[in-house]
Ligand binder design. Structure first.
Ligand SMILES: Nc1nc2c(ncn2[C@@H]2O[C@H](COP(=O)(O)OP(=O)(O)OP(=O)(O)O)[C@@H](O)[C@H]2O)c(=O)[nH]1
Ligand SMILES: [Mg+2]
Length: 160
């Protein structure tokens, strides 16, 4: 099957928190088509978010590496506002490494659970997988592996 080039339909990709912004920066340089980007790196008020989402994009992809304050608190706000505006929402989330501790993981899971209950589709990626399955490597290498996979995934998704 021939891959049609991305969508005439507009897509907004929203990155929440530092990790997600890294990922979006990779995608941004490769991405063709009717795609726009929003990046949040602080806590965001619902009103501000709904203004940012106020155009006629049908589909939003919310990317967040959960575990930090910004992602944990703002990614659910973004998803709630997108839902109120009737968007089709896909969430792509990562969960923290085991070595980051259980309290970080618990908070991440709490946010993930809320997001999953609202979004049309949620893809959850465990950073730990890249630590366990690609040989011993520094944490930064595991991040880059996760980022690469997420970038490829998004590039495929937006071509559908
Ligand atoms: N895949 C991936 N995960 C990352 C990266 N950087 C951080 N993370 C993970 O994402 C989680 C959240 O980190 P950040 O994105 O830096 O946090 P934040 O949302 O900006 O939150 P604060 O800085 O605490 O306000 C961490 O627990 C890490 O597991 C990255 O470059 N790639
Ligand atoms: Mg941060």
């Amino acid at each position: 099957m021939e891959n049609k080039l991305i969508t005439d339909k507009p897509i907004t990709i929203i990155g929440v928190g530092d990790g997600a912004i890294q990922i979006l920066c990779h995608i941004g340089s490769e991405c063709k088509g009717n795609v726009s980007f929003i990046m949040y790196n602080t806590n965001v008020e619902p009103l501000e978010c709904s203004k940012d989402l106020g155009n006629d994009d049908e589909k939003v992809i919310v990317v967040s590496c959960l575990g930090g304050d910004c992602g944990n608190s703002t990614a659910p706000v973004v998803v709630r506002e997108a839902r109120k505006l009737g968007k089709n929402i896909m969430a792509i989330l990562t969960l923290p490494f085991s070595l980051e501790g259980s309290s970080k993981l618990e908070k991440a899971l709490e946010s993930a659970k809320e997001i999953e209950s609202i979004a049309d589709m949620t893809i959850m990626i465990q950073n730990q997988y890249f630590m366990d399955n690609y040989g011993k490597q520094p944490i930064i290498e595991a991040y880059r592996k996760a980022d690469e996979i997420i970038c490829r995934m998004i590039n495929q998704i937006i071509m559908i």
